[in-house]
Write a protein that binds this ligand. Structure first.
Ligand code: ADP
Ligand code: MG
Length: 485
């Protein structure tokens, strides 16, 4: 394998979640919930004579994305007609942008599993309109034009991505940025965000890139990774057998976990692009760009840097916490209420995420889980000040908070769960446990150190988990020490 490398460029389509469509006041509706063809107008249906008007909110969203992806925003934007025939496109052309796109020459930083980071260049981002949606059922095809004309930003990377892992990291990062900006919910199952992977392979002796194929129908980031690996292997096999890879549009068949050829590819000149005569050239003033830049929220990279530099989190924890804006906000509010940041990060990423994972709760919905940020901060304060021990907090209080939505304090008070630090109580329990487990004591005295943890566990059990672990350990050790003599 080592003489071949994978080369990947991603094309990403993100619907800009505006109220109305890209070129008319027709409302944008939920593509899954809404009655088919309930949100259409003359323009979405391609009626002759219907004239487009640019949705400036969508353009502003697009510029926000461009800036967040470190792009230049050219002063002149122009729309162009991309001509092709397909039943989901009743006009017979899509209004897109061609040689004067909204954003150019940007980059995204991605983090890889080994902790390294890499810069992937973004070639361009351009605004266009989405097409209708076809459903092929019962031997026929149905079309829903609700989606036709919805603002769609296409973001095109340079072929800088060299593995499925990197492609997944790029996709996750881009999705995260779009969600931070609030312009796209990142919902791939509804097709609001769609990834297409251009894949070729490169032999170690090659001096230029080889022919590529393009994979569509990728309904999750994980599937995109699988499809890329499958396709790279397929191409290498073809070359090894002396064949050539033909440019093609491929589909990922999820059920079969394999690639299918959909069609051999058009070239740009077959689209007969020309400037859209029904729309004016759009000037984007530098003042406007500066105004939009000033309104951008803190983005994941910047927040991550702050969490590492100012709060002392590990780069890994900071990355996990900032991947999702709602999680970063939840975390920030815990820290703001006085909880030590590393303690907060540990409990959030292990215990709370653990509960969420077990219940299949998406991280992005953290703001509405039964354990509010205030209540979680309350729990951690009790741990921090020693009112309850970590194990009681983890095993009893937190699960009960999830179940009842109550505060940690209420649960601790009701259940009498406060930590016992009273040495006389702890010593009495230790005494009792050692007396009842003489065989274990003898083994310890005979040199078996492992018995220590078992005895510790028994004393904690005797105290219904509420002993202060440090004092319990101390009491146990000093008692065993006395028995040695
Ligand atoms: P077109 O203009 O025909 O759409 P582009 O050159 O603009 O083609 O590339 C489209 C996408 O394909 C980009 O994301 C780009 O990075 C990627 N790409 C181009 N050449 C290759 C290649 N040889 N292997 C993998 N990806 C490629
Ligand atoms: Mg393209």
């Amino acid at each position: 394998m080592s003489e071949w490398k994978t080369v990947i460029g991603l094309e990403v389509h993100a619907e800009m979640e505006t109220e109305s469509k890209m070129f008319s006041s027709c409302p944008v509706v939920d593509s899954v919930e809404a009655e088919p063809n309930s949100a259409v107008d003359a323009l979405s249906l391609g009626m002759p004579g219907a004239l487009p008007v640019i949705n400036m909110q969508a353009m502003e969203y697009g510029i926000m994305v461009g800036l967040a992806l470190n792009c230049e925003i050219p002063p002149i934007n122009q729309f162009a007609r991309k001509n092709y025939f397909y039943p989901d496109l009743p006009k017979g052309y899509q209004i897109s942008q061609y040689d004067r796109p909204l954003a150019v020459n940007g980059h995204i930083n991605i983090e890889l599993e080994d902790g390294a980071s890499k810069r992937v260049r973004v070639r361009r981002a351009h605004m266009e309109e989405d097409t209708g949606k076809l459903s092929h059922i019962m031997g026929g095809s149905l079309v829903d034009y609700n989606r036709a004309g919805v603002p769609l930003l296409e973001i095109v990377s340079e072929p800088d991505i060299s593995s499925a892992e990197e492609a997944e990291a790029y996709a996750r990062k881009l999705r995260s940025i779009l969600r931070y900006l609030g312009v796209n919910s990142g919902d791939m199952s509804k097709g609001l965000l769609r990834f297409e992977a251009n894949v070729s392979v490169l032999h170690k002796n090659d001096t230029k890139l080889r022919e590529r194929t393009e994979i569509k129908n990728l309904n999750s980031i994980r599937n995109m990774g699988r499809a890329i690996n499958f396709e790279a292997k397929r191409q290498i096999k073809i070359y090894r057998e002396g064949g050539t890879v033909k440019p093609a549009t491929l589909g990922w068949d999820e059920a079969a976990q394999k690639i299918m050829v959909q069609r051999y590819k058009e070239r740009a000149d077959e689209y007969r692009y020309f400037p859209e005569p029904d729309l004016p050239i759009l000037e984007v003033s530098r003042e406007k760009v500066a105004e939009i830049a000033a309104k951008l929220p803190a983005l994941p990279d910047e927040l991550k840097r702050r969490f590492v530099d100012e709060l002392g989190l590990s780069s890994y924890d900071a990355g996990v916490i900032t991947a999702e804006r709602a999680v970063a906000t939840y975390f920030q509010s815990i820290v703001d209420s006085g909880v030590e940041p590393k303690l907060a990060a540990n409990w959030l990423t292990t215990d709370l995420f653990g509960l969420m994972n077990a219940r299949d709760v998406e991280r992005e919905t953290i703001a509405s889980i039964p354990v509010s940020a205030d209540n979680f901060a309350g729990l951690l304060s009790l741990v921090q000040e020693g009112t309850i021990n970590p194990s009681t907090a983890r095993k009893k209080v937190l699960p009960e908070m999830w179940k009842s939505g109550k505060s940690a304090r209420a649960i601790v008070d009701e259940g009498g769960l406060a930590q016992i630090s009273d040495t006389s109580v702890i010593e009495a329990s230790a005494e009792k446990v050692l007396a009842a487990n003489d065989d274990m004591v003898q083994r310890y005295l005979g040199g078996n150190e492992k018995v220590l943890n078992a005895l510790f566990g028994k004393i904690m059990g005797e105290m219904r988990g509420k002993g202060d672990p440090a004092i319990v350990r101390e009491a146990l050790l000093s008692r065993l020490e006395n028995l040695k003599e």
